[in-house]
Write a protein that binds this ligand. Sequence first.
Ligand SMILES: NC(=O)C1=CN([C@@H]2O[C@H](COP(=O)(O)OP(=O)(O)OC[C@H]3O[C@@H](n4cnc5c(N)ncnc54)[C@H](O)[C@@H]3O)[C@@H](O)[C@H]2O)C=CC1
Ligand SMILES: CC(=O)C(=O)O
Ligand SMILES: [Mg+2]
Length: 384
Amino acid sequence: MRNRFKNPNISIMIIGVPKEIKNNENRVALTPAGATELVKRGHQVFIQHTAGEGSGFTDDAYTAAGAAILPTIEDVYAIAEMIIKVKEPIEPEYKLIKEGQLLFTYFHFASYEPLTKAMVESKSVCLAYETVEKADRSLPLLVPMSEVAGRMAVQKGANYLEKPLKGRGILLGGVPGVLPAKVLILGGGIVGTQAAWMAAGLGADVVIMDVSLQRMRYLADVMPANVRTMMSNEYNVRNLIKSADLIIGAVLIPGAKAPHLITRDMLADMRPGVVLVDVAVDQGGCIETCKPTTHENPTYIIDDVVHYCVANMPGAVPYTSTLALTNATLPYAIQIAERGWKKAAQLNPELVPGLNIIHGDIVYKAVAEAFDMDYVPVEKYLVD
Ligand SMILES: NC(=O)C1=CN([C@@H]2O[C@H](COP(=O)(O)OP(=O)(O)OC[C@H]3O[C@@H](n4cnc5c(N)ncnc54)[C@H](O)[C@@H]3O)[C@@H](O)[C@H]2O)C=CC1
Ligand SMILES: CC(=O)C(=O)O
Ligand SMILES: [Mg+2]
């Protein structure tokens, strides 16, 4: 990084934005508006050719914003000090990552050991969107995508409940004279709340389960009458799954592997054609039989139960998701570009829990614990 102008505390950075290569991932990590903000501060922004296309942004729009277009993903990784992405690096990208390079993106390490090991070996600095955390414990860079995924979970669930798609053949809202469907939501955080609004709006009979009484008190206050809350425990889950039509998994323990609230044996208690949408799949899933699927091939069936487990749901609605995501990420990207990751984290404590792997050390405890690997407290890297 070079110092900018006459202020020795402010640096300029070379920033690279690759095109996402995960299945049907159409989001991009920086919009032309974001590029404008970074370029105006003296940073150099390099965008891979057509990276913004899926979200409606042409190469010309980035060039007009002062960014440069590079033809290949290799070019972007080769030049950048900071890579800003949306999804975790996929295997072909591992070898492109340079020692000391900063990667600012979603990682969801605890769900995928090969990625964790590859990033340890790369000796890069991995700052994960999903664990950046505010003092009130909220996750500002996860929230916007959870809002999207929560809303989508109901759309997808309603769709897969249709008989030709192997669902029970029930309409979420019912019709006059016919009862609505029952929707069970595991976890009443951002995903769960958004899903509840959507399902309730369609007229379904909704139950949200959580372990936080405080959260359920809040939900009971703000939700309409067709949404009720219930304590999440094995006994209650076993009871409610017997009559549910659509079950949405939305549990999170930040950074950690999700607990299995629905185990393999419980599928036998469900009715044929029940749909499970496990949004928590990116942290390993809260339904034991859930394994990651793609937008191309989103569902599979076990014991007549339809499983939808797409790990990048918002990627399917990039016109909404790219704007929602970058609204949240850009202010942090600017701080990191201006100061470098270390100084930025020293100045803004919200960035500290975002640091997951630094120069080969796992510095986020839940990630190290997920794979029984060594943990190094992040403070080691934050002292001057
Ligand atoms: N598949 C996809 O495309 C996407 C997945 N996600 C994922 O969705 C998951 C949920 O995210 P958010 O709603 O933002 O998290 P959040 O932190 O807002 O909510 C999680 C909720 O789970 C509750 N919880 C914890 N343990 C529980 C238990 N044993 N039983 C019931 N509830 C429990 C917490 O009290 C909290 O209210 C995360 O894994 C997130 O990464 C988010 C966006 C997109
Ligand atoms: C949160 C996440 O993993 C996504 O938006 O794809
Ligand atoms: Mg059955």
